[in-house]
Design a protein around this ligand. Sequence first.
Ligand SMILES: NC(=O)c1ccc[n+]([C@@H]2O[C@H](COP(=O)([O-])OP(=O)(O)OC[C@H]3O[C@@H](n4cnc5c(N)ncnc54)[C@H](O)[C@@H]3O)[C@@H](O)[C@H]2O)c1
Length: 250
Amino acid sequence: MSKLANRVALVTGGAQGIGAAIADGLAAAGATVVVGDLYPSPTHESLTLDVSNEESVGAAIAEIVAKHGRLDIIVNNAGIMFEESVADHDRSTWDRMLAINLTGPMLVTKHASAHLAANETGGSIVNVGSIEGDRCNPHHSAYAATKSGVHGLTRATAIDLGPMNIRCNAVAPGWIDTPLNASYVDSHPDREMVIDELAKLHPIGRVGAPSDVADVVVWLAGDESRFVTGQVVTIDGGRTVRPPLPGILS
Ligand SMILES: NC(=O)c1ccc[n+]([C@@H]2O[C@H](COP(=O)([O-])OP(=O)(O)OC[C@H]3O[C@@H](n4cnc5c(N)ncnc54)[C@H](O)[C@@H]3O)[C@@H](O)[C@H]2O)c1
């Protein structure tokens, strides 16, 4: 029998990028997958969801449970990124980043928890953090703050909901080639050269693909990780374990 047969999963932000690969991976493992996004998924059942809006979150979760009768797996993947120095922060852009990247996972967890707890098999929540939860690129103060928050929320959720048979873990992806960071790459005239230079930062010799993240999320969502909770799993091709050397030596 498929590993996730009879499980119902919500993947936020699953219309494209990493979330789309996670939706594909969960479906391949046998789960019934619902994508919750501002835009429809081209390949999976989907509903309109704005994770920063509590009414939208409550309605989406009620709709899934009414249609499928249960909810087992939550993947809090929806997120945005933009560059702004801490010296220039506009309060409204800061608030928007926090609302989507950090308040969103909290709201989805809050509204889903009673349904996850009602299952005989419990529930699994996987939050998508980032290596920037512990480090930071220039002009990423808001983004890094939200991802540190997601890692903290993951530990807090594992503690608060563990007694309800709900596990909560996070993944911390490194550089994954998706539309989210395409503008970074496309700001240089030679895209291939940027990807080559990025690849050199990785002991594994390449940047990540969405499926590299999805495979770990599927493992965290299912019973093979049944004694794992409150953890942040880094998926970065080894990039962050290698401290930088001067270019002349590396
Ligand atoms: N790409 C990377 O290198 C990378 C690295 C580390 C972490 N991440 C994280 O992975 C997650 C997915 O990133 P991605 O690269 O696939 O991004 P992406 O921009 O390709 O996809 C993000 C998805 O989230 C949806 N979304 C945005 N705001 C939303 C909202 N308010 N409510 C519901 N859905 C919303 C978008 O419509 C889109 O489908 C994000 O949380 C991101 O921070 C990405």
